[in-house]
Design a protein around this ligand. Structure first.
Ligand SMILES: CC(C)(COP(=O)(O)OP(=O)(O)OC[C@H]1O[C@@H](n2cnc3c(N)ncnc32)[C@H](O)[C@@H]1OP(=O)(O)O)[C@@H](O)C(=O)NCCC(=O)NCCS
Length: 168
């Protein structure tokens, strides 16, 4: 299944091994991974790509590479993945933007396109975001695309998280 349609400034495409340098830099950056237990190394970035390629095959969606339409520059990833919280699996919208490209509205623009794709193309009935309690920028992105704080929960790794959600 195709990725979301391009937005004013951004394009989506499936992640591939050609993205390994960009993705390893993204997931290896302590600023980007500030709310994760640790940064990912190059082998884990490769696993991230193959995990998403498996999702494209199995469920028809995943995290996609996000690039600037004007220059083709890789700015991060954004997309949809099945995630389990306290025994229930929902579709989550996720996003990571290069530290030097944050603050330009790219995550909001990309996540809004993924929200619409989930609702209009995939026909999902519920969209969530699982967010670290201190990750204010991510909570703002979730709110700006129409998700609302639902409850505090425990992640599959046992960490406290804030659950944002919307129903279609
Ligand atoms: C979350 C993230 C994707 C946002 O990317 P972005 O492209 O900078 O987001 P936007 O420019 O669309 O801005 C989103 C909101 O976050 C706010 N924001 C950005 N940086 C912030 C900061 N350091 N502190 C507080 N708010 C911040 C913006 O002001 C904006 O809110 P506003 O409209 O109320 O002003 C980016 O910070 C990131 O990649 N973080 C690391 C990865 C991550 O945590 N992903 C989410 C996992 S749940």
């Amino acid at each position: 299944m195709n990725p979301p349609k391009a937005t004013d400034r951004l394009e989506f495409r499936p992640l591939g091994l050609d993205d390994l340098d960009d993705l390893a830099a993204l997931l290896g950056d302590p600023v980007v991974m500030r709310y994760y237990p640790r940064v990912r190394d190059r082998a884990e970035a490769r696993d991230w790509i193959t995990w998403n390629q498996g999702l494209y095959e199995r469920v028809g969606y995943g995290l996609w590479a996000v690039t600037l339409r004007e220059t083709g520059e890789f700015v991060g990833d954004c997309g949809l993945t099945p995630q389990e919280v306290e025994g229930v699996t929902d579709v989550e919208v996720g996003y990571h933007v290069r530290a030097d490209r944050q603050g330009h509205g790219y995550a909001t623009e990309a996540a809004a396109a993924c929200h619409d794709h989930a609702r209009d193309v995939l026909g999902v009935s519920r969209l969530i975001a699982i967010i670290h309690p201190e990750n204010v920028p991510s909570q703002r992105v979730a709110e700006k695309i129409g998700l609302r704080y639902e409850r505090d929960a425990t992640s599959s790794d046992g960490d406290p998280v804030r659950l944002y959600a919307t129903a279609f």
